[in-house]
Design a protein around this ligand. Sequence first.
Ligand SMILES: [Zn+2]
Length: 187
Amino acid sequence: MDEKKFCTKCGNELAPDAKFCPDCGTRIPGRNEEQVQAERAMVREFMDKRLRWCTILMLIYSVPFLFIGIWYNLNAADLAQTLMTDPLYKDVVDMFELTYQEAVDSYEVVGIAYILSAIFGFISAFLCWKKRMFWVATITCLLSLITGVAGFFAIFVGLITLWMIFSSKLAFAEYSEQYEEALESIQ
Ligand SMILES: [Zn+2]
C-alpha cells in the first residue's frame, strides 16, 4: 500500500501524507484524508440507498399481486361464469372453443402466476434489504417479473429493479472484500 511519492518539481522523496515538499516548498496535489473519507462514505450511502429502493420497488407490485392472485383463485368460478354468459365475450369464447372448466382453470393459473410473482418479489425484496445472496436476489427478481402476468407494470418495474440490483452487486455481503478494495481505490 505504501507507494512512494516524489515532488513534481525537484524530485525529492516525500512522506506519504506530505502536503508540501520540505525541500522546495511545492504544494503536493491530491486531497486530504477527510475528503477521501467523505467521498467513500458518499458512495456507501448511495449504494445502500439504491438497494433500499430495490426493496421498495419489489414490494410496490408484489403486495398487490399477492392479493390479486388470491382474489383470482377465490373468484375463478364466478369469473368463468361471467366469461361464459356475458355476450361481450361470446366471440372470444367461441374462437377458443372454451369450456366452463377451462375458463375456471385459466383464471386459477393466472391467479397462481400472480401469487408466484409476489413470492419471488418478496424474497428478492428481503435479500436486497438484508444485502445478502446477490445471485438469489437477482434470480428471484427475474422470476418475479417473468411470472408477473400484469404485463407492463411488473416488467417495467422489474427490469429497473433488476438493473439496480445488478449495479449494486458489490454492496452485497459476499462481495464485501471487493467492495472495500473498490472503496480504497478512491483517493
Ligand atoms: Zn520539491
